[in-house]
Design a protein around this ligand. Sequence first.
Ligand SMILES: C[S@@+](CC[C@H](N)C(=O)[O-])C[C@H]1O[C@@H](n2cnc3c(N)ncnc32)[C@H](O)[C@@H]1O
Length: 189
Amino acid sequence: MIMHKIKNSLGQSHQYIEKFVKEGDTVIDATCGNGSDTLFLAGLVGKTGKVFSFDIQEKAIEKTTKKLSNANLIDRVVIIKDGHENMDIYINKDVKAVMFNLGYLPRGDHNISTKSHTTICAVRKAMNFLVTGGIITIVIYCGGDSGFEEKEKVLDFLKDIDQKHFIVMKTDFINQSNWPPILICIEKL
Ligand SMILES: C[S@@+](CC[C@H](N)C(=O)[O-])C[C@H]1O[C@@H](n2cnc3c(N)ncnc32)[C@H](O)[C@@H]1O
């Protein structure tokens, strides 16, 4: 099998997060889904760090709890069954990184999906919680069941963020068919 050095958007989000997150950091998985990103973050923050993980679906909460328990990392994670747009109810400290992996649960109900207005609300809140030098990653899906509304509205919001305070980057695969997901990185200055 050929190993590509240029990863897909999710792989690239992990590469960026790895550059920022260190042992002892507090971070957020805004869409825990099957728990893979939460597991990845729990490994990075180490014994002294904390991951706050959100999802609105019971199935996602169960899967993430099981995955982290099996890996013996559940004590590093606070798993919250609520929308990420309510993150300020649960978090009252600075965070180093926030991961958003938008869309619907893989192999789950395609109707239970992130929505532009709650996503934008959550990204705004995440930008406030972020420490200087912290990062937000957003993987955005479109086309097919996801449509284009969320991607367009989120990009519309992101392009007006003040460049004096944040770097906002978009990576895209411009020669791939079927609307591959894109990656957004936001670094706080
Ligand atoms: C693509 S999946 C996430 C995949 C996940 N990061 C993983 O590692 O498996 C998107 C998830 O977002 C969740 N979701 C939808 N709206 C949400 C909201 N307002 N707040 C938090 N999670 C939400 C869905 O239930 C779904 O599980």
